[in-house]
Design a binder for this molecule. Structure first.
Ligand SMILES: Nc1ncnc2c1ncn2[C@@H]1O[C@H](COP(=O)(O)OP(=O)(O)OP(=O)(O)O)[C@@H](O)[C@H]1O
Ligand SMILES: [Mg+2]
Length: 388
């Protein structure tokens, strides 16, 4: 059986590293338990391991008494959608009927129209989001068993609710609610995950909202961690990877666990005599790349604007990884001043800006995709590749 996962959002068969992250979460948990609540936002690019970190933390606390860690995968929607999601997930994991939750929330005088099967009188003004959230969390907290319980809310993919105009204020609203509930002695800890640019997004809308949320950047895995993530689960299946293959996987994935899993999955499939060496890697890699192209890269490329596609081609076809602003600007395919386009591309996470106006592609795997499949060749984005 192939032990490597080809999608995000599922625990790997062997979880590697993340000791510091789990320690930090544990520290905040201990502090919350002592009465000094802490809140954290873990952020990083796609596939870096945000969801799995939450799952692992939840798993570590599974048998701890009076501790309730509830994971809420967020989806785009209005405040009302978020309320229902929170209530549904909490009801589920506490094994309480959703309707009984809404009864007690309504009992606190909260008026949310058309929610939980209730239609509330039009004459009563609707409750403001921050009061509603506060009352909902309070109702949940009061349903917890034990004398002095700790509620840990794990909000996965915070950027999804920030995308919606209506919910941009969600963090400051959450902040108000949490501060209020913590003041009332309720031990509630909040952990959220978000995309790589979550903090700049948050600051744009609500600069004071970042105050109580500690930012924590989830970093790529080290070579040792990558080695463990590959050798341990494959050995259990009787397959071994040579050291040069492991180093290649580390190089192409740059320690991103999603890429690592996909490439290792394809390598595993190619094993010959229970072994994966460079010959098998060479066979497996194009398959892994086209899988990632279908899932991720093609969409990223195709939704880029024409001018952005040109710049992607120019950077990809360049011999060195990084390109100076001047080299992009003076390329003959570029007709107008590219600063604004470059800025947009950074925001979309297509490219990264190094110090002093130097640009590179978002990651090595995306670069491999562009260089190998050359999507800019098909539709004449550039007059001819030689003209780059
Ligand atoms: N510590 C780890 N060790 C080994 N594999 C891991 C580890 N963390 C994550 N993975 C694997 O990497 C992949 C991506 O992980 P995860 O879904 O947690 O990323 P994510 O940051 O939540 O991605 P997304 O941005 O899509 O939400 C999954 O297949 C998972 O099994
Ligand atoms: Mg995730």
């Amino acid at each position: 059986m192939n032990p490597f996962k080809r999608r995000t959002g599922v625990l790997p068969s062997y979880f590697t590293g993340r000791e510091n992250e789990l320690k930090e979460l544990k520290r905040i948990f201990d502090s919350t338990k002592e009465g000094d609540s802490g809140h954290i936002v873990v952020y990083g690019p796609k596939g870096i391991g945000k969801t799995c970190l939450l799952l692992k933390f939840q798993e570590e606390l599974r048998n701890t008494k009076e501790v309730y860690a509830i994971r809420i995968p967020l989806v785009e929607g209005t405040f009302n959608d978020i309320y229902s999601l929170i209530v549904d997930k909490c009801a589920d994991s506490l094994e309480i009927k959703v309707s009984s939750f809404w009864e007690s929330i309504k009992g606190m005088g909260v008026n949310i129209p058309f929610i939980g099967g209730f239609t509330v009188s039009k004459e009563i003004p609707p409750t403001s989001p921050s009061v509603a959230i506060e009352k909902i969390l309070k109702a949940i907290y009061e349903k917890l068993g034990g004398k002095d319980p700790v509620l840990i809310l794990l909000f996965d993919d915070l950027q999804r609710i920030l995308a919606n105009e209506d919910t941009q204020r969600v963090l400051s609203i959450l902040q108000n609610a949490l501060v209020e509930l913590n003041l009332q002695g309720m031990k509630i800890m909040f952990v959220a995950t978000g995309s790589f640019d979550i903090f700049s997004k948050i600051q744009e809308y609500t600069d004071s909202a970042v105050r109580i949320f500690d930012p924590y950047e989830l970093r790529p895995l080290s070579l040792n961690e990558v080695r463990e993530a590959i050798t341990i689960p494959s050995r259990n299946e009787g397959i071994s990877f040579t050291e040069d293959v492991i180093k290649r996987i580390y190089a192409v994935s740059e320690g991103n666990p999603y890429y690592l899993q996909v490439v290792a999955h394809n390598c595993f499939e190619e094993a010959v005599n229970s072994k994966v060496s460079m010959a098998e890697f060479e066979k497996a890699f194009p398959t892994a790349l086209s899988f990632l192209a279908q899932r991720e890269f093609r969409g990223m490329y195709e939704t880029a604007a024409n001018e952005e596609k040109k710049i992607l081609a120019i950077i990809a076809e360049n011999n060195s990884d990084v390109l100076a602003y001047k080299e992009i600007k003076e390329n003959k395919n570029i007709k107008s001043e590219p600063s604004k386009v470059l800025k947009n591309m950074i925001e979309k996470n297509l490219i990264l800006k190094e110090a002093r106006g130097r640009y590179k592609l978002r990651d090595e795997m995306f670069r491999e995709y562009l260089r190998t499949l050359k999507p800019y060749k098909e539709n004449g984005t550039l007059n001819s590749l030689n003209s780059i």
